[in-house]
Design a protein. Structure first.
Length: 185
């Protein structure tokens, strides 16, 4: 959509995982600095986009408009459990149609996962905010993007035309940082 900016957000372990083998984000991957960064970004976003198993679980979560990807609907439907949410099956309708249904035609859409959802938008991100926890490893965990661990998350972002900007430290003690990966013109 011409008036909608698409940004991605994820925190990953040193081995590129966003969750453990049970597809749950473990406490070892949760850091206050990253939580503050992520919360502020979502508070600024006009729309949150994620899969059925992803959710930010924050105090403002119920207030946010969102699109939830699912195969449980044919195309687009209101979420019966959340008046601010739209259920979207990408096989049945375009992202633009889902945004129209949600009433969001401009501003920022924050893509927050999971891996297949991130993969769908790889060629559309304006910025992808990659937070990294270099002291955490999640062997057998869930990769952040399709193609990890064969390639690093950074390698996948670069292969899709994004270039790393300057990293910002979010948690000094644990070395957690966030790097903006921006679309190369």
């Amino acid at each position: 959509m011409p008036g909608l900016r698409i940004d991605g957000y994820v925190i990953v372990s040193a081995d590129g995982m966003l969750a453990d083998a049970d597809r749950i984000m473990p406490d070892e991957l949760k850091f206050e600095g990253d939580k503050r960064f992520f919360t502020a970004a979502l508070d600024r976003a006009d729309l949150i986009v994620h899969g059925r198993h992803s959710y930010e679980d924050q105090p403002n979560s119920p207030l946010r408009k969102r699109i939830i990807l699912t195969r449980r609907v044919g195309a687009i439907a209101p979420d019966p459990s959340n008046p601010k949410a739209v259920l979207w099956n990408p096989a049945g309708a375009s992202f633009e149609s889902a945004c129209d249904f949600a009433g969001v035609r401009s501003g920022t859409a924050a893509i927050i996962g999971g891996p297949d959802v991130f993969g769908m938008f790889m060629d559309r991100y304006g910025t992808f905010w990659l937070s990294q926890a270099p002291q955490v490893r999640l062997p057998g965990g869930e990769p952040c993007f399709p193609g990890v661990p064969q390639l690093s998350p950074q390698g996948i972002l670069a292969a899709h035309g994004l270039r790393a900007g300057e990293a910002q430290i979010l948690d000094i003690a644990d070395g957690v940082s966030v790097t903006p990966w921006r679309r190369v013109a």
